[in-house]
Design a protein around this ligand. Sequence first.
Ligand code: C5P
Length: 303
Amino acid sequence: MTSITVRAAAKVNLHLGVGAPRPDGYHPLHTVYTTIGLHDDVTATAAAELGVTLTGLGGVDVSDVPVAPGSNLVHAAAAALADLHGVAVTGALHIAKSIPVAGGLAGGSADAAAALVALDRLLDLQTSDDDLLRLAAALGSDVPFALLGGIAVGTGRGEIVQPVPTDVHLAWVVCTDPQGLSTPEVYRHFDRLFPDADPTPPAPDALLAALAAADVTGIAEALHNDLQDAAVDLRPELGARVDHGVAAGALAGLVSGSGPTVVLLCADPEAARAVAAEMAGRSPGVQVAHGPVAGAHVVEYAD
Ligand code: C5P
């Protein structure tokens, strides 16, 4: 095989419970992730060196994404595989990005997960699923979920993932913003706003029950993000965007992860199209996306 393309999806946190920072600086999480149908494709082509190139699709601005050696998580993914197997891991990696950068949708984590799978298959390393998940956890808190896909509970710093079996289909309007937000900055602001945060964020029982029942209205009522106040305090227009979405007919809206993307949950695909049309003048980028979708998976081989 000379080339392989792996697709990995964006994530939204249906629930993001954040606790007081741990001694290592990370925040304990109790989160429920879902994938949505916005994805990056990573193509790995046989080459003697490791190289990374990048294209932004659909207006995604990639000018701030570093590709120099050591600067992008996909380099770290290659290094992690090399360490595990004791072999040189090389290849020309091309990232075709449809997930907005620094958007709270874990696009960089999706690329890392896709690169792990693409290089593993290209070089026939036969890494076990357990090892892939372990390497993913070391790369970033959201990377194991990008491998797994679907809907999952995340604990620890988000890296311990447990699939949630559900038949639910969710129709989202995704409101992106060209001015990204830094995840560490939003967490630091959370610490300033909530110096007495609980060390252990509680389990989202109502959301899990609504997911088990595939009850979209119940899911909408249970959506919650502990980082939302911090993100909205830094960028007040995000709060207005959530309110506009609900006024436009969404069941509920929230900031995705650390923001600035706002996601609006709608009753069905038709409602999502109507809400997207209403939001078009009120948000810099608006698109409809459905979920959950699969985790990192092969979409193309070339010999
Ligand atoms: O794990 P990852 O490298 O993706 O995290 C990026 C940054 O987000 C961390 O350096 C930290 O500032 C913040 N973070 C956190 N607690 C988490 C996850 C991320 O404080 N559970």
